[in-house]
Design a binder for this molecule. Sequence first.
Ligand code: GDP
Length: 310
Amino acid sequence: MLKDSKIFIPNHHDMVGASILHQLRQDGYSNIITRDDNELDLTDEFATDIFFESAKPEFVFCFAGSHGGIIKNTSYPADIIYEVLKVQIAIIHAAYKHKVNKLLFLAGNCIYPKFSNQPIVEDFFMDGKMEPTSAAYSTARAAGVEMCWAYNRQYGTNFIPAILPNYYGPGDDYTEDGHVLASILNKIYNAKVTNLSKVVLWGTGTPKRQFMFSQDIARACILIMNTYSSTELINISGGEELSIFEIAHKTKELVGYSGEIIFDSNKPDGTPRKLMDNSKLKALNFFEQTCFDEGLLLLYNDYLTNFVKH
Ligand code: GDP
């Protein structure tokens, strides 16, 4: 990408899109295009096509459509698969039709099989059954990966699919629909301010996850866009692996909650482990800047400033 390349970020209000937008601006990119939901409905193929025709973006960071944590995935699987498939079809097809130079397509690590060997290498994609609680979402994203490759094969496009780890950061969804860290931060904080003696979290607490700070995700996405010369799948991951029990207790300590944390094992755990191999990303000279404890503090500050006070 040149500093004045036309770059489109769909879903720029969402945390990942917002982080990419922020990082691109910080890196001096000056020609970034965004559209609010009321300006462009990405589920509308026709409107998306007209937008691409007039805006003519050269690069697209595509992480569009509804997504969320295990609670949202189990509550709204139909809404999610419908929306994600529609926006992907609209964006990928328009990117081909209007000759986008390069499109980075992002999918979550739930697209890998539930019981993968660890660390998960890119070759494990479609090598086993997906975790059922997120299967609607993951199937839609897997279709997006294959759609990128299909357009590359048939039309010679340059669409790169990349897999995101568990991520968190400022602007996260702190509601029950959100991903685990933001969602349990809100639960633990609320338990503290309402003097609850215990807070109940989902599952057994034993699943392990690698958490990556949103700004590091954005840096990795920009690096891939600029330097990855393949269209094979590439994992974005790094950092220490922690159990849900460990992150809950780190959060409890940070918030200063003195009650008890209970794990409700009647609720699903999801995938037991999602440690992704990051050799391909490391080969591009990627290094993480924010460790978990530091990122958790930044998350908490954002939560207090932008969520609790509003
Ligand atoms: P998510 O996309 O952040 O939900 O992440 P995963 O599906 O990879 O895993 C979340 C893990 O945290 C699962 O084992 C859940 O059972 C557990 N968990 C416990 N409490 C919560 C919660 O309030 N929200 C979410 N999203 N997950 C929770």
